[in-house]
Design a protein around this ligand. Structure first.
Ligand code: SF4
Ligand code: SF4
Length: 506
């Protein structure tokens, strides 16, 4: 059975550069001297540490627990001693983030795995196990998988998609993972399908990944369809793949579940299998280390490994080479090579030197950027509004639907760094919203303070010197003031001594 294909507009064919790193089997690097675990490196709130400096830890031991519903657990990837919990640079942007630092002891001693879940485990049990194991989306966004499963338990999932469409040039970690762990990926897909009672399940790879496809197809499973999609960038984007395979649109600012779809990356499916069947938390992942180095390839890296350690194993020469985390289209250049590999680090791309700077020319209104945009955005207008600082107009043109795929910048004959403008505009809007929220909170605090003061001065439940706040329920305000006055009276009564016991000057 082949995968369905629906019309999909946009996208570009880009040079692949995949065989630089996908021809050799994956390798395990030697243990690094230390591992770094940022408490926050994904969507959601920071994890809460359950270890402290000086604690001995074993492989698989929990280091930090989820601190809210959208949070993840972290586990030691090998044995050692917690050296400290301190601020450490984390990619992208080298943001200083509270992190647990472990000094590795080289003994690699571990705790016993959890028991496998029974074959008839229900969705709640699977969801709890994924929470416990710290499984998150390993395709880039890092959304906790247990939250997605919970969505699937409460809403109808018509289609579960396991995404092996690794469309960005140079990156081959999913390709190698599928070749080497196909059975586990298919089994993980079946667990996920059962957890959310999905109507159908597709495992999609690109049509130029014949080895990965053959490996997956060697493990046929009932209710799981394995097939290919065209090798067009960015066919692996969430909304694009949903459109391609189901014909359904995810609404603007919406989630896939609104189109009846849940999507997980192939690495996530394997992590689900490891958690549910092997009883192992998520402590390692495949990372492509490629580009200008002597031993490019894929490494089975422990989560927390410093990037510099992997680069050295790959034959990094240093000098004026620059390192991109991610691929050439969507990745970000690293400032520090001490940042750790996290659960979403898929690739380290070494470029010989900073590419020759091509000065941006004026827009010639050729319309190429509109033609390739997979979201059908008016990239040219977005650029003009972003450049002019007209952020409202940019938002009206659905700036936040831009997936920053870079296809528009790739084809722009004027070499305009379009994505840079879009990222800067999004950041400016986010900062303005943060400021607005802070101002609203301050205003609220000030108004509450004023009301308390007025209540204290009123001295009587009947007096109501306050003007009604805009849109506020006057009766509720009176009740609040009366209650405050009662509290003040009670407090005064409790603090005043009874008659006859008053002190004072003689
Ligand atoms: S591709 Fe570049 S030059 Fe052409 S319309 Fe878009 S921004 Fe302008
Ligand atoms: S970066 Fe944004 S605007 Fe440009 S092609 Fe991709 S989605 Fe469209």
């Amino acid at each position: 059975m082949t995968l369905p294909r629906h019309a999909w507009r946009g996208g570009v064919r880009v040079p692949r550069h995949k065989n630089l790193s996908n021809t050799e089997p994956s390798r395990a690097p030697p243990l690094p001297a230390r591992l770094i675990y940022p408490l926050r490196s994904h969507i959601g709130t920071a994890a809460r540490p359950v270890v402290g400096p000086g604690d001995r830890v074993l492989k698989g031991q929990c280091l930090a627990e989820p601190d809210s519903y959208v949070s993840q657990a972290l586990h030691a990837a090998t044995s050692g001693t917690v050296r400290d919990i301190l601020d450490y640079p984390v990619a992208p942007g080298d943001v200083m983030t509270a992190s647990i630092v472990i000094e590795v002891d080289g003994e690699d001693r571990g705790i016993d795995p959890w028991p496998s879940l029974p074959a008839d485990a229900d969705g709640d049990a699977i969801q709890r196990r994924l929470t416990e194991a710290g499984v998150i989306g390993m395709g880039g966004a890092g959304f906790p998988s247990h939250v997605k499963v919970r969505e699937g338990l409460t809403r109808t999932v018509r289609t579960l998609i396991i995404n092996g469409v690794e469309c960005e040039p140079y990156i081959t970690c999913d390709d190698r993972l599928m070749r080497e762990h196909a059975a586990e990926i298919v089994a993980g897909a079946r667990w996920l399908k059962r957890a959310v009672n999905a109507g159908e399940c597709f495992i999609a790879v690109e049509e130029d990944m014949p080895e990965a496809l053959a490996a997956l197809q060697a493990h046929p499973a009932e209710g799981v369809t394995i097939g290919t999609v065209p090798a067009i960038y960015p066919a692996g984007g969430e909304k694009q793949l949903i459109k391609l395979l189901t014909g359904r649109e995810v609404p603007s600012k919406g989630l896939p579940i609104q189109a009846g779809v849940l999507m997980h990356n192939v690495a996530t499916a394997r992590a689900v299998y490891a958690a549910v069947v092997e009883g192992r938390p998520l402590t390692s992942r495949y990372v492509t280390v490629t580009g200008g180095m002597t031993r490019p390839g894929n490494w089975r890296a422990l989560i927390g490994t410093p990037v510099s350690h992997l680069l050295q194993e790959g034959g990094w020469r240093g000098g004026d080479q620059r390192v991109i985390m991610g691929g050439p289209m969507m990745g970000m250049a690293l400032c520090s090579l001490e940042v750790p590999v996290t659960k979403v680090t898929n690739c380290l791309l070494v470029q010989e030197a900073a590419p020759a700077f091509l000065a941006a020319m004026p827009c010639i209104r050729c319309g190429e950027c509109l033609r390739v945009c997979p979201v059908q955005l008016n990239a040219r207008a977005l650029y003009e509004y972003s450049k002019a600082g007209d952020l409202d107009a940019a938002q009206d043109l659905n700036l936040f639907d831009c997936i920053e795929c870079g296809a528009c910048a790739y084809v722009c004959p004027s070499h305009i760094p379009l994505v840079g403008y879009f990222r800067a505009a999004k950041a400016a809007i986010a900062a303005a919203e943060r400021r607005q929220r802070a101002a609203a909170e301050n205003r609220g605090r000030y108004e509450r303070h004023q009301r308390r003061q007025a209540a204290d001065q009123a001295g009587s439940a009947t007096a109501s010197p306050l003007p009604a706040a805009a849109g506020e329920d006057r009766e509720a305000l009176r009740a609040e003031i009366a209650a405050a006055v009662e509290r003040v009276r009670a407090r005064r009564a409790a603090s005043e001594p009874p008659d006859g016991e008053r002190g004072g000057p003689a």
